[in-house]
Design a protein around this ligand. Structure first.
Ligand code: 5GP
Ligand code: ZN
Length: 112
C-alpha cells in the first residue's frame, strides 16, 4: 500500500524502533507513547483493519497475540497490561493498517 505509514515502516522507508520481527510480523515502539511500555504489533501483510480480516488470517492473528504476550514478558509487565485494537472511525483508528497496542508499566485508568 503506497500511502500506508506502517507499510512504509515495514519497507524501512520510515525509521522505527523495532523490538521484534519475523517473516510475518513486526513490532516497534509507538512514536507517541501513552504508557512506559507502548508497542505496536502489526502484520507485514497490509490488512486495513480488524473489519478486513479474512478466514485465512486466523493463524496470523493468533501468532500476533503470542508475540504480544512474549513482548509483555520481555518488558517486565508482570503486574498486567492492556492490548488495544482500534477499528474504524468510531473506534478511533488513525492508521489504516491493522495494529495492536501493547500498553503497560503503569496503572491504566480508563476501563472498558
Ligand atoms: P490508532 O489510533 O490508529 O489505533 O493508533 C495509531 C498509532 O500509531 C498511534 O498511537 C500513533 O502514535 C502511532 N504512529 C503513527 N505514526 C507513527 C510512526 O510513523 N511511527 C510510529 N512508531 N508510530 C506511529
Ligand atoms: Zn499498510
Amino acid at each position: 500500500m503506497e500511502d500506508c505509514t506502517f507499510c512504509k515502516i515495514i519497507k524501512g522507508e520510515i525509521p522505527s524502533n523495532k523490538v521484534y520481527e519475523d517473516d510475518e510480523i513486526l513490532a516497534f515502539k509507538d512514536i507517541n507513547p501513552l504508557a512506559p511500555v507502548h508497542i505496536l504489533v502489526i502484520p507485514k501483510k497490509h490488512i486495513s483493519s480488524t473489519d478486513d480480516l479474512e478466514e485465512n488470517d486466523e493463524k496470523l492473528v493468533g501468532k500476533i497475540f503470542t508475540v504480544l504476550k512474549n513482548l509483555a514478558k520481555e518488558n517486565g509487565l508482570k503486574n498486567g497490561y492492556r492490548i488495544v485494537n482500534n477499528c474504524g472511525k468510531d473506534g478511533g483508528q488513525e492508521v489504516k493498517h491493522l495494529h495492536f497496542h501493547l500498553l503497560g508499566g503503569r496503572k491504566l485508568e480508563i476501563k472498558v
